[in-house]
Ligand binder design. Structure first.
Ligand SMILES: O=P(O)(O)OC[C@H]1O[C@@H](O)[C@H](O)[C@@H](O)[C@@H]1O
Ligand SMILES: [Mg+2]
Length: 222
């Protein structure tokens, strides 16, 4: 095992919820209502694609010019940036710090593959930056998950073989991206949503280092 590569929002911290609150607020300003079920489909998806998807809900994707869409997406980002100002190390999801410590102790590299251009600020606020050997830069990524690009960037940056890596995700688009990158995928959340994952746990507290390694070995020895 060479590396563990993590998604950020919804895996390391619950910023997935802040993304939802910010999109809900933005959608409300243009008279569109979104709910948590719809929000599932936005997880892991880039900012502009998320906006497109919200507009499509009401067939309004042609009502706005590209420039207007950029303004709307920036407005969402302003709401989001206000919300993440409150993120502190207390917001690291339970079990994650223990897993990161054990991973480091075992000499396994740690990478981040988040689609968020705010990932660095969030890691900073969580005081977790030092754990990461490589953080893939979302602003250099041209393809949204489920495309594997961001995971492939992390694999390259860490200089590892995808078969020797485990990827962690809370979104179905993210699991698809990990699988396409030829890594072993671990889904955290609802098994109906994450059914394509090689191994699924309900919560971050269920991420036990030894079990993860055992499941990974079992998978490749099939
Ligand atoms: O708007 P940002 O911070 O660049 O984030 C882009 C995407 O980042 C992903 O991590 C989130 O799951 C998505 O919900 C979000 O849209
Ligand atoms: Mg996520």
């Amino acid at each position: 095992m060479e590396a563990f590569i993590f998604d950020l929002d919804g895996v390391i911290t619950d910023t997935a919820h802040y993304h939802y609150i910010a999109w809900k607020e933005l959608a409300k300003s243009i008279n569109i209502d979104i709910d948590e079920k719809f929000n599932e489909s936005l997880k892991g998806i880039s900012r502009l694609e998320s906006l497109e998807s919200i507009l499509k809900l009401k067939g309004r994707e042609y009502d706005f010019s590209y420039e207007e869409k950029v303004i709307l997406a920036n407005k969402k980002n302003d709401y989001y940036k206000e919300l993440i100002k409150n993120v502190t190390p207390k917001d690291i999801l339970p079990g994650i710090k223990e897993l990161l410590n054990e991973t480091k102790d075992k000499g396994i590299k740690i990478g981040l593959a988040s689609a968020s251009k705010n990932a660095d600020a969030v890691l900073q606020n969580l005081q977790l930056k030092d754990y990461f050997d490589f953080v893939a830069d979302a602003s250099k990524c041209t393809q949204s998950k489920p495309n594997p690009e961001i995971f492939l960037m992390a694999i390259k940056g860490l200089n590892v073989d995808p078969k020797d890596c485990i990827g962690f995700e809370d979104a179905s688009a993210g699991i698809e991206a990990i699988n396409s990158a030829n890594m072993y995928s671990v889904g955290i959340g609802d098994e109906n949503v994450l059914k394509e994952a090689n191994y699924i746990v309900k919560n971050t507290t269920d991420l036990d280092f030894n079990t993860l390694i055992k499941k990974y070995i079992q998978y490749y020895s099939k």
